[in-house]
Design a protein around this ligand. Structure first.
Ligand SMILES: C[S@@+](CC[C@H](N)C(=O)[O-])C[C@H]1O[C@@H](n2cnc3c(N)ncnc32)[C@H](O)[C@@H]1O
Length: 304
């Protein structure tokens, strides 16, 4: 899975939902982070970002202001490709470095932040590590995926559709059979007609069960166009089917990881207990919304 993230960050994307390189978070969440970082503007401080990716949070902090007195340290298990704008003496990235064992000095950090990062780690261990590196009075401010957020709901539905496509006697198999029948017997043959009907039934069933958006999110419709197009060679169609199956397996792993990382009400309770045991106070869990839609949960706490 680490390979997935390393490959993702090598594309130059700045955050995990970016459509294109260089795009950063915008809107309510971005403003929320800017306000938080502004608290450190005139202080000497050390801030650590867990699961930092290519440095989206640090870019937000530093885009419009100099904060030379603050040391920014990003921690991530992936190999990164950080933008030149973050090539500054007070910004460093610890790549291939797990949140569970950062190697940072005990009691040396003023704030630990994370955006959709820490929940991917073994939180049993990483919160112990966060407690170790924070100084007394130091803060945790992390936004984690929430089971009830629109991000998780949509991706859970996509995961179900991906799993249907990878299951036995799936629409991919039906498409492969149709493609073979068209090659062998031609468009008008009863074999092709039967195969086409079967594919349509399976596709309709998939849309009915998982919803149109989820099926669209798998990109199956793009595969359909490629395989059923008369302008593509037989070998290209076979290659497209194989590549799609491979892509779906990667997608399944990534979506499973995302859905499993999301916090449930029970996870929040357990985190509260964990943080209390690690001597944190002022522990708060707050819904994070973008355009009035839930996108995550913010966990805040202060080390005693
Ligand atoms: C969804 S991305 C979030 C990246 C970034 N915070 C953002 O908002 O764009 C999750 C990141 O967590 C990293 N990650 C996963 N497990 C980790 C661990 N145990 N320790 C540190 N980073 C980890 C992944 O490599 C990935 O870069």
């Amino acid at each position: 899975m680490n390979n997935y993230w390393s490959t993702y960050w090598q594309q130059g994307k700045l955050h995990s939902f970016a459509d294109a390189p260089g795009q950063n978070y915008d809107g309510d969440l971005a403003q929320h982070w800017r306000n938080f970082f502004a608290e450190y503007k005139n202080k000497t401080a050390s801030i650590v970002d867990i699961g930092c990716g290519n440095g989206a949070l640090f870019e937000l902090a530093l885009r419009h202001q100099q904060m030379d007195n603050v040391t920014f340290t990003g921690v991530d298990t992936a190999t990164l490709s950080v933008p030149d704008a973050l090539d500054k003496p007070n910004v460093r990235f610890l790549e291939n470095c797990p949140a569970e064992h950062t190697g940072l000095e005990s009691g040396s950090v003023d704030a630990v932040v994370s955006q959709f990062g820490i929940e991917y780690s073994d939180t049993e261990q990483s919160f112990i590590e966060v407690a170790r590196i924070l100084r007394p009075g130091g803060k945790i401010r992390v936004v984690v995926h929430d089971n009830n957020s629109m991000i998780i709901k949509r991706n859970a539905r996509t995961l179900a559709a991906v799993e249907a496509l990878l299951g036995p006697a799936s629409a991919i198999d039906a498409l492969r059979k149709l493609s073979n029948a068209l090659d062998k017997y031609g468009k008008q043959s009863s074999s092709s007609e039967q195969a086409r009907r079967h594919l349509n039934q399976l596709t309709e069933q998939m849309v009915k069960t998982h919803g149109q958006q989820a099926v669209l999110d798998t990109n199956f419709s793009i595969l359909l166009k490629t395989v059923l197009s008369s302008s593509h060679a037989k070998s290209d169609k076979k290659a497209a089917l194989r590549a799609f199956e491979k892509e779906m397996k990667g997608h399944q792993q990534r979506l499973m990881q995302l859905v499993n990382a999301a916090y449930s009400a029970e996870d929040k309770k357990q985190t509260q207990t964990k943080l209390e045991a690690l001597h944190f106070e002022n522990i708060r869990f707050t819904d994070v919304k973008e355009n009035n839609q839930l996108i995550g949960c913010e966990i805040q706490a202060t080390k005693q």
